[in-house]
Design a protein around this ligand. Structure first.
Ligand code: PHE
Length: 455
């Protein structure tokens, strides 16, 4: 077996694992991508479709990833290599896991830029910059921020520093302490926003807007989007769940933990939508989505409503918290891999990775200014990184994990490690991960390669 088993410790409780994984899952995807996908694909109809994807693809693969991590207690690349070799296959295929681990870099680089924008709004809103602002003006503020590298560079450096400071502490002193602080903050901030939304008097309207079902807007593209989003939001296909799973206590049940995490991720995505929509309705605004929602429309709403400064501050702080718990998870797999691979302790590994990821992030933040002339397949670097990670690497790694768990690993080993109480549920999981998940994920990979890359 290659590499020493476990060098980093174990989460001090089963619940910490659940919160850490939930923290990774809930991220910018829930606040930036999900509302946009729901609104442009028929509301409740998309939510139903997405639930099916979570159940048939996301959850089974997530269980498989945590299984891989916990059974070997090593970094994702070594864990996969050992599993392959024990099953009589070539360990070389572990390069797929390496691609996943390295794609954490891609996601982190645009994540860090967005966190930089969000932090600058935390400051801007609380100092009253948006009071009474109009749409046009708000747009200008955002574009100016986005296109001025100096300001964002400072925030980006700050974000990389904070994340690496947490990571360097390792699983217990670093990750665990951060999670113990950030997750309660996240729940309290979200509850505060929901409380506010409830008293605007437009909560039910927001509810109908979110859940109204329009099947005519669903198409093939919606299925692909739902599948891809299931990967992104559950943080699968990048080694995060394998790395976090490697620290999971042995006696904890993988299956039920993952169910809870998926449920929480979904619930919080919906609650975030329910907190935001009533505010838009109260301010007579057309709901916008994606970047425009967060950085233009909402700030205008905050600038015009009662207690807008406080509510806006809470909102952007919430987004920061949500994004930070995901950002740290993105750096963990590559940190454990490098330190186990080179035999380095965490400090030099984190310094090295910090510099690398900082430099990489600079290319993402420069996509709107000094690197705006660089275009790949019609995307600037910022969007290209997202494209490669979400459309290609995550589904490929997911497909690989599904094949590994469904076809390669001995069923007895799986059943021992997962130790599910019900044989029926275990068999259901096994059949899904063997047939349904690979077929579904294979179709994303196929469509992405055939449709998008063939021009
Ligand atoms: N799940 C995070 C989100 O929804 C993104 C993420 C992807 C985090 C992969 C870690 C790993 O924003």
């Amino acid at each position: 077996m290659q590499g020493k088993p476990i060098i980093n410790g174990v989460w001090s409780s089963h619940w910490i694992f659940i919160f850490a994984a939930t923290g990774s899952a809930i991220g910018l995807g829930n606040v930036l991508k999900f509302p946009y996908l729901v609104s442009s694909n028929g509301g409740g109809a998309f939510i139903l479709l997405y639930l099916v994807c979570l159940l048939l693809v996301g959850t089974p693969i997530m269980i498989a990833e945590v299984f891989i991590g916990r059974s070997k207690r090593q970094n994702p690349v070594y864990a996969i290599r050992n599993i392959l070799q024990e099953s009589g296959c070539s360990g070389r295929w572990s390069f797929v896991a390496l691609a996943g681990v390295l794609s954490g870099f891609l996601i982190f680089s645009f994540y860090s830029v967005v966190i930089g924008w969000v932090l600058s709004y935390v400051v801007g809103i609380s100092t009253g910059d948006f009071i009474g602002i109009g749409m046009q003006e708000a747009k200008q503020v955002f574009y100016q921020l986005r296109d001025t590298p100096e300001t964002i560079l400072r925030w980006h450096s700050f974000v990389v520093f904070v994340v690496m400071l947490i990571i360097v502490g390792g699983v217990n002193r670093g990750l665990e302490n951060a999670i113990k602080f950030l997750m309660p903050v996240l729940f309290i901030l979200l509850a505060a926003l929901l409380g506010y939304a409830l008293q605007t008097g437009n909560f039910t309207k927001g509810f109908y807007l979110l859940f109204s079902i329009d099947f005519s807007k669903l198409g093939w593209d919606s299925v692909l989007s739902a599948l891809k989003h299931a990967f992104f939001t559950l943080s699968i296909g990048v080694g995060v769940m394998m790395a976090y799973g490697a620290y999971m206590p042995k006696q904890a049940s993988i299956g039920s933990s993952i169910f809870l995490i998926v449920l929480l991720d979904m619930l919080i995505a919906l609650l975030a939508g329910l907190a935001i929509l009533p505010m838009m309705i109260t301010n007579n605004m057309e709901p916008a989505y994606g970047m425009d929602l967060m950085f233009v429309t909402l700030p205008v709403a905050f600038g015009h409503m009662q207690a807008g400064q406080t509510i806006g501050f809470i909102f952007f702080l919430l987004v920061t918290t949500v994004a930070l718990t995901s950002a740290i998870s993105l750096m963990e797999p590559v940190t454990t891999w490098l330190s186990e691979h080179w035999g380095w302790s965490r400090l030099p590994t984190c310094i090295f990775l910090g510099i690398m990821v900082w430099a990489f992030g600079v290319t993402a933040l420069g996509s709107f200014s000094f690197l705006s002339h660089v275009e790949i397949m019609g995307f600037n670097l910022f969007y290209f990184y997202d494209f490669v990670a979400t459309n290609i690497i995550m589904p490929l790694v997911g497909l690989f994990v599904a094949i590994l768990a469904g076809w390669i690993v001995n069923k007895r080993i799986l059943s021992e490690e997962l130790a599910m109480k019900s044989v029926f549920v275990f068999n259901l999981w096994h059949i899904t991960v063997r047939y349904i998940s690979p077929l579904a994920v294979g179709s994303i990979v196929y469509f992405m390669l055939v449709e998008k890359l063939s021009y």
